[in-house]
Design a binder for this molecule. Sequence first.
Ligand code: NAD
Length: 362
Amino acid sequence: MELTRRAVLAGAPAVLAAQTRSQKLRVAFVGTGNRGSFLLRHGLDVADFEVVAVCDILPDRVDRAASAVAAKGGSAKTYTDFRKMLDEIKNIDAVVLATPDYTHRDFDLEILARGKHLYAEKPLALTVSDAKDVVQAAQKAKGIFQAGFQLRHDPHRNAAMKWIKSGNAGKVLQCHGIRHGGDLPRDIPWYFDKTKCGDIVTDQGIHILDLFRWAAGKPPVRCYGDGGTTLFVNDPPGRTVMDHYSLIYEFEGGAQINFSHHYFDPPGFTGIQERVFASGGAVDLIKAEFFPRTERRKVTLDVPDAGKDSTYMSLAAFAANVINGTRPLNDAQSALEATLVALMGTKAIYEKRVVTWAEITA
Ligand SMILES: NC(=O)c1ccc[n+]([C@@H]2O[C@H](COP(=O)([O-])OP(=O)(O)OC[C@H]3O[C@@H](n4cnc5c(N)ncnc54)[C@H](O)[C@@H]3O)[C@@H](O)[C@H]2O)c1
């Protein structure tokens, strides 16, 4: 089991498992918008996948998805209703779901209840109780549940995390993150409505917070922060999501997350940083570099799958997990903790107070 898990941590290609299988997994992609079409593009390169159906409520998006499948020599049936799709194509093994955040709880539950393996986009849900419902459903399910925290499978970040988890950097003291960029995509209206996306900590910041919670090895005990909307006020009209925030999370034993996220960044000015400071030195997760604390020296870590896209790696790991029955690195429990860390941060910002893990999980 441990060997298998290590192989998954290393992002072992599903190809290995395919050598002992004659049949591919029959996969359906539901929600073929911005993210779903990207998932499909990489899903078509996963050797163990056969894409048998695509579904979106918008017919032009389904047609585009079917054309992408055809361009790779496949053939996918098209649907605008995923329930009808699952009723009609009984032998679908797995679903890759990339519908808007506010649909996740209900769609996850329904697909899991039908016995399918499910790769579901983040966050788990927009409230604590809905997120717990997904975990409960995943625990009872016949199929495997893997959440769309693909950065865990990014070759550089994965190698850096292995370095940290092996103790090479010493005791984790502080995770420092910056996600500075331009505003959210204007052509996706629900991103600007906090009732639909849970606001930008839960919808966007969650990826880096998930990596940092993983680095810390446990959930935080409390958090505080500040944020709001100062540049993009009512822009686009009706906007209810923030355009900036800063959060500090504290862990038992003294470790800390310090995270700044905003949309004021001029192109190419700051960008994204994901750094873990530990007693023995600092690790740059994005570059997979280690800097010993007491020397002016850089260790470039070995990155076995350098150059491979994190989404491809994550889907390939999903295929391997389904075939081998192994636990995903980004399983329901880890996705729950990431979602709760994000909801906790959002609550701290909105209510301008310290919010505890005990309070959020009560
Ligand atoms: N992991 C990542 O890095 C990452 C990046 C971007 C988005 N996402 C996540 O992916 C999901 C989709 O985001 P997006 O940016 O693609 O949004 P989007 O609006 O571009 O795509 C969502 C698609 O779902 C379709 N849809 C809505 N209801 C549906 C239903 N009942 N059945 C079938 N299709 C339905 C929409 O028509 C749309 O095409 C969100 O959960 C988002 O958080 C993840």
